[in-house]
Design a protein around this ligand. Structure first.
Ligand code: ZN
Length: 424
């Protein structure tokens, strides 16, 4: 057997679809069979590394859903991302519910003439808008996961955002194009990975609902303009697009191309901000009037970059006396607010983030690096640590800025910690 003959076998795209354990086992067997030949041993060692690299690439560069693939490929070209053959197969995406509906824009010809919501979509938007009002515009206990059970997961993000915009009367007040907004959000939803248990379009919808609740409840202190409210809700909707479900430190470790592009910014946040800018440039998706578009996107991108946990202390510190920074901090808090909501909301999201943590812990191990401790904690320990070390201090610092939200959320935090402590 020639030294090179092993390589095509293990670098074939099928290797990506096979479970990592199976591929490694097969390669190790080959290695053992050739252990007397140093040249072949070296080739097998290289092959093993190839398997690891391919597998990690397949996981870290998870492909976009079918509807988002053309846009993802365009972004990939723009940002020099390596998606190649891995982008058509997703080992974790077998149960994807991303089948395209009539109103999804999955081809470039579709996006030139956005269809807008169907009559059935409009009915759902209307019902969700009423639910938001039922919750007194506060929506602290509006459960997006329950909305997904009621209305389906697909298109829920566009429906929730349109319901919020309708409640705020954004499109008629600011002359935003509602059909293009819908097309933009349908595409945005397709740029979330349904295989991520946490960082998916439902999380984005949940954050948008939280932002809406905060700006309504604490409008007297925050004093956001209609344009700012619109940007905050839209930023919430798109803030984790293309999120791989992995931390920035793992992206850095595998030298993901967006790490270099991001510079000082968080890599995942940079990718989402870049995707947001690219989306707005797509024909039929620029819903903001030209005169207001630059300011809108500037705030949206600052907000997205501000959701990086690495900058949250600086973000909070800068919020004192700085109106724009306050708005950024509000969305940053909304991003973690599920831990500060009633247990019926907090608990499923806690389970979801722990699922993602477990997957990342496995990746670190496969890379030969001990995973950070929080990735292998129990869900109880992880939630208690997150709430007490991050969310509660954040809320205390923001109490003056968003007093009504802080009162509600601090009470829920205390109850959630008590629940998890009892479970330990
Ligand atoms: Zn997020």
């Amino acid at each position: 057997m020639a030294a090179t003959s092993l390589l095509p076998t293990v670098t074939a795209s099928k290797a990506i679809e096979t479970s990592f354990g199976d591929v490694v086992a097969a390669a190790v067997e080959s290695l053992q069979a050739m252990c007397n030949d140093p040249e072949l041993q070296q080739a097998a060692a290289g092959a093993l590394q190839n398997i690891k690299n391919l597998r990690h690439l397949a996981l870290v560069y998870k492909p976009a859903t079918a509807a988002g693939l053309p846009l993802f490929q365009r972004l990939a070209a723009e940002f020099n991302l390596s998606c190649s053959s891995a982008s058509t197969t997703d080992p974790n995406n077998d149960s994807s519910s991303s089948s395209s509906s009539s109103s999804s824009s999955s081809s470039s010809s579709d996006v030139h003439q956005p269809a807008g919501p169907s009559a059935a979509d409009e009915q759902h938007i209307c019902e969700i808008a009423q639910l938001l009002q039922l919750h007194g515009g506060a929506s602290w206990d509006l459960n997006v996961l329950q909305l997904a059970e009621r209305y389906g997961q697909q298109l829920l993000l566009p429906k929730v955002v349109l319901a919020i915009y309708d409640n705020l009367d954004i499109c008629s007040r600011l002359r935003y194009d509602r059909q293009q907004l819908w097309a933009n959000l349908v595409a945005a939803e397709s740029l979330y990975y349904v295989c991520n248990p946490y960082h998916n379009a439902l999380h984005a919808a949940d954050v948008a609902v939280s932002v809406f609740g905060i700006v309504q409840r604490d409008a007297a202190k925050l004093k956001p303009t209609p344009e700012e409210k619109a940007a905050m809700v839209y930023a919430a909707a798109v803030h984790d697009m293309l999120h791989t479900g992995n931390s920035n430190s793992l992206l850095k470790h595998v030298a993901h191309p967006c790490v270099q592009q991001a510079g000082a910014a968080g890599a995942a946040e940079f990718l989402s901000a870049a995707a947001a800018a690219a989306l707005m440039q797509q024909p039929g998706m620029n819903f903001v009037p030209a005169a207001a578009a630059a300011d809108f996107m500037s705030l949206v991108q600052d907000i997205i970059l501000g959701t990086d946990m690495a900058v949250h202390k600086a973000s909070l510190a800068g919020a004192a006396g700085n109106h724009r920074q306050r708005l950024i901090s509000v969305v940053h808090f909304a991003d973690v607010a599920n831990a500060a909501k009633p247990l019926a909301i907090c608990k499923p999201w806690g389970g979801r983030i722990n699922g993602e943590f477990s997957s990342e812990a496995a990746l670190w191990l496969a890379l030969g690096v001990p995973p950070p401790a929080h990735l292998t904690s129990s869900v109880q320990a992880a939630q208690i640590g997150f709430i007490t070390n991050i969310v509660q201090p954040m809320l205390k610092e923001m109490a003056e800025l968003v007093p009504h939200t802080a009162a509600l959320a601090l009470a829920d935090c205390a109850a959630n910690v008590q629940y998890y402590q009892a479970q330990q």
